[in-house]
Design a protein. Structure first.
Length: 157
């Protein structure tokens, strides 16, 4: 079960901030940065992993490196907003190879989906598959990203 922020002290929060920026830092460097001994720092990192405060560690690959030259945000409005409909559709959406993020949100729209594609035609094929032919989707709007200024996990600050 993930730790609540109230269960984390200043050392934990500082460690999480440093690991979020670069999870490859040696424990000795992290320990020095937060003011702990390396063994104490290692124990805290292990506890943060075991409790779920750290969900995983991944390489963030620049999408263009893999040929994903187009980034889009899609807002989706559903015909029905019941739990099973939203869960089923989100499961379908997040399993698609072009989907980076999907969130169920409040307000006039129901979902916000971040996707990548090789080009506009490639995105259009995915949009037809995911949204246009799904009877649960009332409407969707596509916003092409011109430039990304910052793209990483949520900051702890």
């Amino acid at each position: 079960m993930p730790s609540a922020k109230s269960d984390l002290d200043g050392f934990d929060l500082h460690l999480l901030e440093l690991l979020q920026r670069d999870s490859r830092q040696p424990v000795a460097a992290l320990a020095e940065a937060v003011g702990l001994s390396p063994p104490a720092c290692y124990r805290r990192i292990r506890r943060l992993r075991e409790t779920g405060a750290i969900e995983g560690e991944v390489a963030i690959v620049k999408p263009t490196t893999l040929g994903w030259n187009l980034s889009v945000l899609v807002t989706v409005t559903l015909d029905r907003e019941d739990g099973p409909t939203i869960r089923d559709l989100m499961t379908k959406i997040v399993s698609h190879s072009q989907v980076v993020d999907c969130a169920n949100v409040t307000g006039e729209i129901d979902l916000i989906v971040r996707m990548v594609a090789r080009d506009m035609e490639h995105y259009d094929d995915a949009a037809i598959e995911l949204f246009a032919t799904d009877e649960r989707v009332r409407s969707f709007k596509t916003f092409v990203v011109i430039r990304e200024m910052h793209s990483t996990a949520t900051s702890l600050k």
